[in-house]
Write a protein that binds this ligand. Structure first.
Ligand code: AMO
Length: 429
């Protein structure tokens, strides 16, 4: 018999359902099993009058995978829609041992058994919602004529100044894990592709044990040509996020509210923008906060939080674009204006940086000047080649998918926003 998904069950039709046992309750006359498949839950009610079946079901355990054959009926005694499955037969596909973790286990222990941890009510939607978020972002870009690309993650030279790279042995040579597809997405522009994006892992050898850093994360990168300024880049990001949040609210708004207690807020106007040094002034004026000397020209975690508080109070916005960073703190590939101000931005959401973006320097001489100034001449030799044989004006940005998930669902730590977390002390499972 063909399997029927729980969502598609028809009343009184003989059907076979398959799924995982979420809970099992053995009472005097009945056994109640909460069965889950990818479309939802159903209560399977086994009457102990059916002795042979009841005996088999009594031996089942939480986490076991089973198939039941029987009929779905409507019952006034069953909560959440009143559907109940009355089986005639059970087939055990895999019997689970007792779980090695409880819901209140320590985070590290839960990571050891991540696949079991993801079965719990609080977490089972994290990955499906993340998948939908990325799909909506992708959909937006396909509608805007973007091409998805796939760039190498094992590379010959470090691809981003400033961030630490993981070195790997490559036969008799040395290679690195890509911190970003930055150089390759720009190379794609040089190849004439005009509008490209990539959703792929990025690696950072940063020994940061914070709730927002991982050593491997998923980077949603894009790059597009024929822009007039970095305003065009910010505008595209704003439109893309607004579209995706709209879709998320429509399709997952209720479940996000119910399971995570978070409201999906769809922006209804342009995201506010502020220059970095104006932000410093605002934060000092409003909250008496002074940025530490060593962070001047950049943001730190505390500034990001306060900046978002300011954006909400001043503009009623969860998002805030920060522009006009110091050139010392920005990569050499950002275009600069006549006053040497980088034409780039960071985007903050709910207290955290989610994006960096900019118009890129596409003029060979200017780019070389910027690279020389940062002492990178040798390191970026191969990248400089892309600009010698024709390159249109262009720009782009990258969003951290794990941070998006963390903030959308109001999770405490990025380890829960990743299917499998990678941090300085985490290489397994
Ligand atoms: P940047 O280094 O700011 O920019 O990274 C872009 C975004 O990626 C996410 N991110 C991280 N997420 C989790 N753990 C980390 N260790 C981590 N590092 C970064 C953040 C961040 O905003 N090439 C540029 C982008 C561009 O200009 O197109 C870059 O990589 O959400």
């Amino acid at each position: 018999m063909e399997r029927v998904l729980i969502k598609n069950l028809e009343e009184n039709e003989l059907s076979k359902i398959s799924g995982m046992i979420k809970t099992i309750r053995n009472t005097k006359y009945m056994i109640f099993i909460k069965l889950k498949d990818r479309t939802g839950y159903i209560q399977v009610s086994v009457d102990k009058i059916k002795e042979e079946l009841a005996e088999k079901c009594a031996a089942l355990t939480t986490g076991s995978f089973v198939s039941f054959t029987g009929k779905m009926v409507m019952s006034e005694y069953v909560k959440d829609g009143g559907k109940e499955f009355l089986p005639d037969d059970v087939e055990v596909l895999s019997l689970a041992e007792a779980y090695p973790i409880e819901e209140n286990a320590l985070p590290d222990k839960k990571l050891d058994y991540r696949w079991i941890d993801l079965r719990c009510d609080a977490k089972e939607y994290i990955i499906p919602i993340q998948s939908a978020f990325v799909k909506y972002l992708r959909d937006y870009l396909y509608n805007q004529d973007f091409t998805e690309i796939h760039t190498p993650k094992i590379i010959g030279t470090a691809s981003e100044s400033g961030s630490s790279v993981f070195e790997v042995k490559y036969f008799n040579d040395k290679a690195y894990l890509a911190q970003s597809p930055q150089f390759y997405k720009q190379m794609a522009i040089a190849s004439g592709l005009e509008r490209v994006f990539e959703v792929a892992p990025a690696f950072r050898a940063e020994n940061s044990n914070t709730n927002r850093h991982c050593t491997e994360f998923t980077s949603f990168d894009l790059e597009f040509a024929y822009i007039n300024s970095y305003e065009d880049v910010m505008h595209l990001e704003e439109e893309m996020l607004t579209y995706a949040l709209g879709k998320l609210k429509e399709n997952f708004g209720d479940i996000i509210k119910e399971r995570f207690g978070q409201e999906v807020i769809v922006p209804n106007k342009a995201f506010p923008r502020i220059k970095l040094f104006d932000l410093y002034k605002e934060l000092e004026k409003r909250y008496g906060y002074k940025i530490p000397e060593h962070d001047i020209g950049d943001l730190n975690a505390e500034t990001e939080k306060l900046a978002c508080k300011f954006a909400m109070e001043e503009y009623g916005s969860e998002f805030l674009f920060i522009t006009d960073y110091s050139k010392a703190k920005r990569p050499f590939y950002h275009m600069r204006d006549e006053n040497d101000v980088p034409q780039g931005y960071d985007l903050l959401w709910r207290g955290m940086e989610i994006t960096s973006g900019s118009q890129r320097e596409h003029r060979y001489d200017h780019l070389k000047h910027n690279a020389d100034e940062k002492g990178l001449t040798k390191d970026v030799e191969f990248y400089m080649q892309f600009f010698k044989y024709g390159m249109p004006p262009h720009g782009g940005f990258a969003i951290g998918v794990d941070r998006l998930t963390l903030l959308l669902l109001g999770l405490d730590h990025i380890r829960d926003a990743q299917f499998i977390f990678r941090g300085p002390n985490r290489l397994y499972p």
